[in-house]
Ligand binder design. Structure first.
Ligand code: SAM
Length: 851
């Protein structure tokens, strides 16, 4: 199109704009970019000839994509404005002169790729233009055959016209693979397509007919062309002097239509020697598909063109099929009359059976679906309950507890209970370690039904066989726990409320079924106010700890300190593992608090009737015994003690030493008393204080013992708290998601053919940059100079990015506010409240809002 500068509105599409922006000389450049992206022919090419190259868009693309110092020769009717690193020739590609001009430039080299985007000066009519273009392509191919190396590429523009297939056929003779494609940059309304030919065969000699438009585009059928041999034109089949067939002395041969419609006959073979087709079948002749045109074609086969022959062949095919269907129909009709009746009855019977089977199958499917649904529902419920710790693993829950198994109304006293335990094979009772005369029964495991569900040492049910369901719900449990822990949504709360309600109802149902008299001997008041029993209970509680379990009375008299240190290490480890050392704060205090709250909850789990220590290993000490039962009392004093007790490394070490060595313990107690201790009352405060300081021998815990605890506590304290870890994990997750989103966007950008590489790179950079920031703009606050308003201030030196100019007053105010927040709550409550009241409310100015 060279100098043709007519630019219609329609031409100014996005590729036009893009070409302007990116500096390509023509929008056609994007077509080559897209073709090259698909086939990658430029990357490995060293020599490229671009035919019809003006204004040079393809030359630019070729130069950019080929290796450095490659040769690009552009040829056009019109002079090409020099493209850096490329050679431009002004020649007509259809001439011999052009060939020698290229030869001059290319010397002895061979081209790796020949491009052709030629469009002749057109305008007469479309058919003429298309033909001209096809001829130009043949000329380009001719040049390509001169300069291409073996295995080289030829890329050409072709218009879809009647000559398209002929052209494609010729191209296929010269190249191993021929791909026809229409790049995005090519307008849809344009009939141009691009043919990428791969792997030039490079024949030694080429029959000039292949490159002669007159011959290639002649209206002759492909069968004829196939006699042409591209590699060995001399071997082309010459028409043999076959002579006449016997009794056949004419060149005009009539063939009956029925012969063509014979399924065993190949119509192409028949067509070879046929001059006229005679209709001998009325039904075919009258068939709607037998058009007047077909009838006309049948009259003289020798004058038919490719198109007509094709139409004729397809008509034969259709007629053959129609004929075959006709035959089948008549056969069916004949046979069907006799068999219809028999078949009908059989069919009816079969249908009935089928329907029945289908119905049964349906029913079965529905039942199994219902069952599955129910099972899923049960599983879900169980998982929810487990989540709320209403039921523990394997806990059948209160529903399973049968009244006849353990009914308080049936048991009047401890003897009765003992008797019942003896009678009930399901209940396994274990006698207490202290074999008192009184019956102290610690029910450790209670089988409460034949399904072997048991109570574990902590009084919780478990099942012997871990069913699949349990395994699932267990894992679900872990997951759901987290969900519940972080979920504060209404639905979750409602769910929890609903389940709790259900459970309460169930509990109450079980508990309320038997009517128990109020003055039942097993019902005891938990609030034991007797201080003596409380103290003894405390002591009992203390000595029930695990640490004292393995201690024999006087076994450790002669224990040496080294041995003690070893034991201490072992024990220390166990203590830490057991969670005596709080793994979050490094303080035992919280752990103890948790324990005490657990106690609370477990206490509250029992109804009044359940005051009887119900088979829990954690049963309290036997302080008050009624009818031989241990009574667990709530001990507020102990709770207070636990709460206030601060366990540092030294105390923990001391505790372990006490627990492991009787001697050490006795010495410690001995040292706490002296002969001057009289337990006097009403002493002055200063004296009491002094006594505390000086009247006891200070306990020295060897440093090496405390060290380990210190280290452990340090480790624990160094750990970030759970909420921080969670927040960090959430942040990380957000970042990962962001990056994934950015990646997707980057992929989209990479696939965008409308953008240049540079634009893509820029956009990708910004996308990643944006993904890496946490979305908050970093704002630098700059304090305004005196007598300058914020608006007037220019960007101060050294300040990059987003900045805000703030008033100096505001800065001071904010600082004051911060320090006030820090000191909030210090001092006496009453006093601060008073002060707050007396302080005037702070004004909320615009400046404060700005922050
Ligand atoms: C569509 S333009 C080529 C655009 C070119 N590929 C580019 O990217 O800038 C077609 C070119 O074919 C050229 N052309 C047409 N007939 C030609 C011929 N016989 N010999 C050489 N060039 C010819 C025209 O001058 C016109 O510049």
């Amino acid at each position: 199109m060279g100098k043709k500068t007519k630019v219609g509105k329609q031409r100014k599409d996005k590729y036009y704009q893009l070409a302007k922006e990116t500096g390509y000389r023509s929008r056609a450049a994007f077509k080559l970019i897209q073709l090259n992206r698909k086939f990658g022919f430029l990357q490995k090419s060293r020599v490229c000839i671009d035919l019809c190259a003006a204004p040079g868009g393809w030359m630019q693309v070729a130069h950019q994509n080929m290796p450095v110092s490659s040769v690009v020769i552009g040829v056009d009717l019109f002079p090409i404005k020099p493209v850096p690193g490329c050679i431009g020739l002004t020649e007509d590609i259809t001439t011999e002169k052009c060939k020698s001009a290229i030869k001059k430039e290319i010397k002895t080299w061979k081209a790796d790729v020949v491009l052709h985007d030629g469009a002749p000066n057109v305008g007469l009519n479309w058919i003429h233009d298309a033909y001209q273009q096809a001829c130009l392509t043949l000329s380009a191919l001719k040049l390509a055959t001169n300069f291409l190396r073996e295995g080289g590429w030829f890329v050409t523009k072709v218009f879809r016209s009647k000559d398209y297939h002929a052209l494609l056929w010729v191209l296929k003779q010269f190249f191993k693979k021929v791909h026809a494609t229409k790049p995005q940059a090519s307008r849809n309304e344009s009939s141009e397509i691009f043919v990428v030919c791969q792997g030039y065969i490079a024949p030694d000699t080429i029959d000039p007919k292949f490159l002669d438009p007159k011959h290639v585009f002649e209206d002759l059928d492909i069968v004829k062309k196939q006699h042409m041999n591209i590699l060995h034109p001399e071997k082309q089949k010459k028409a043999k002097a076959e002579g006449y067939l016997e009794n056949d002395y004419t060149t005009h041969h009539k063939v009956m239509l029925s012969q063509f419609l014979n399924p065993d006959q190949d119509p192409i073979d028949l067509l070879q020697g046929c001059s006229e087709i005679v209709f001998d079948d009325k039904s075919v002749e009258e068939h709607p598909k037998t058009t007047a045109e077909i009838k006309e074609c049948c009259k003289d086969i020798k004058v038919l063109g490719r198109k007509d022959l094709k139409a004729l062949l397809s008509w034969f095919k259709q007629m053959k099929e129609w004929k075959a269907s006709q035959v089948v129909k008549t056969d069916e009709k004949e046979g069907s009359d006799d068999e219809t009746k028999v078949e009908e009855t059989e069919d009816n019977e079969e249908d009935g059976v089928d329907a029945e089977i289908a119905e049964l199958q349906d029913e079965e499917r529905r039942t199994s679906k219902r069952k599955r649904k129910q099972l899923n529902k049960q599983r879900q419920k169980l998982a929810e309950k487990m989540n709320l710790k209403m039921v523990l693993k394997g806990d059948g829950g209160p529903i399973l507890e049968s009244n006849d198994m353990f009914s308080l109304s049936d048991i009047k006293n401890a003897d009765e209970l003992a008797r019942m335990i003896d009678q009930q094979p399901d209940i396994v009772a274990e006698a207490s370690d202290d074999s008192d005369d009184e019956m102290k029964v610690k029910q450790k495991y209670v089988k409460y039904d034949t399904e072997s569900s048991k109570l574990d040492s902590s009084g919780l049910y478990y099942k012997d066989s871990d069913s699949e369901l349990e395994m699932e719900s267990d894992s679900d449990n872990e997951q759901d726990k987290e969900t519940l822990a972080f979920s504060d949504s209404d639905t979750e709360n409602k769910k929890v409320a609903k389940i709790t309600k259900q459970n309460t109802l169930l509990n109450s149902k079980v508990a309320k079924t038997p009517t128990i008299p109020k003055n039942h001997p097993l019902l005891t008041d938990l609030d034991d106010t007797d201080p003596v029993s409380r103290r003894s209970m405390k002591a009992e509680l203390w000595f029930q700890k695990d640490s004292f379990k393995d201690i024999d009375e006087d076994d450790d008299e002669g224990v040496d300190l080294d041995k003690l240190a070893e034991t201490y290490k072992e024990k220390g480890k166990k203590v830490a593992e057991d969670g005596l050392v709080d793994d979050k704060r490094g303080s035992l205090k919280r752990k103890l608090e948790d324990e005490s709250s657990d106690d609370d909850s477990s206490d509250s789990d029992y109804d009044v009737e359940d005051n009887v220590a119900p088979a829990t290993g954690k049963a309290g000490p036997d302080t008050s015994k009624k009818d031989g039962f241990e009574v667990v009392s709530q001990d507020p004093e102990l709770k207070r003690l636990k709460k206030t007790l601060k366990m540092d490394a030294e105390t923990l070490a001391l505790g372990t030493m006490i627990a492991t060595s009787k001697k050490f313990k006795r010495d410690l107690i001995d040292d706490a008393w002296n002969r001057y201790a009289f337990n006097d009352t009403n002493l002055p405060d200063w004296f009491v204080e002094d006594e505390k300081k000086h009247m006891k021998k200070p306990v020295v815990v060897p440093e090496k013992y405390t060290e380990e605890y210190k280290n452990r506590l340090q480790d624990i304290n160094a750990r970030p708290i759970k909420k921080v870890v969670e927040a960090k994990a959430r942040k990380k997750k957000r970042m990962i998601k962001k990056m994934e989103r950015a990646k997707k966007k980057v992929e989209a950008v990479m696939e965008n053919a409308d953008m240049s590489e540079r634009e893509k790179a820029q956009q990708i950079k910004t996308l990643y940059k944006k993904a890496q920031t946490d979305g908050k703009k970093k704002v630098t606050y700059v304090v305004a100079k005196k007598h300058t308003t914020a608006k007037r201030m220019k960007r101060p030196q050294g300040v990059k990015g987003h900045y805000k100019v703030v008033d100096p007053r505001m800065k001071k105010d904010l600082r004051a506010q911060k320090s006030k927040e820090k000191t909030k709550g210090r001092g006496k409550k009453g006093k601060s409240a008073k002060n707050n009241k007396s302080m005037p409310p702070k004004k909320k100015g615009k400046k404060a809002k700005a922050k």
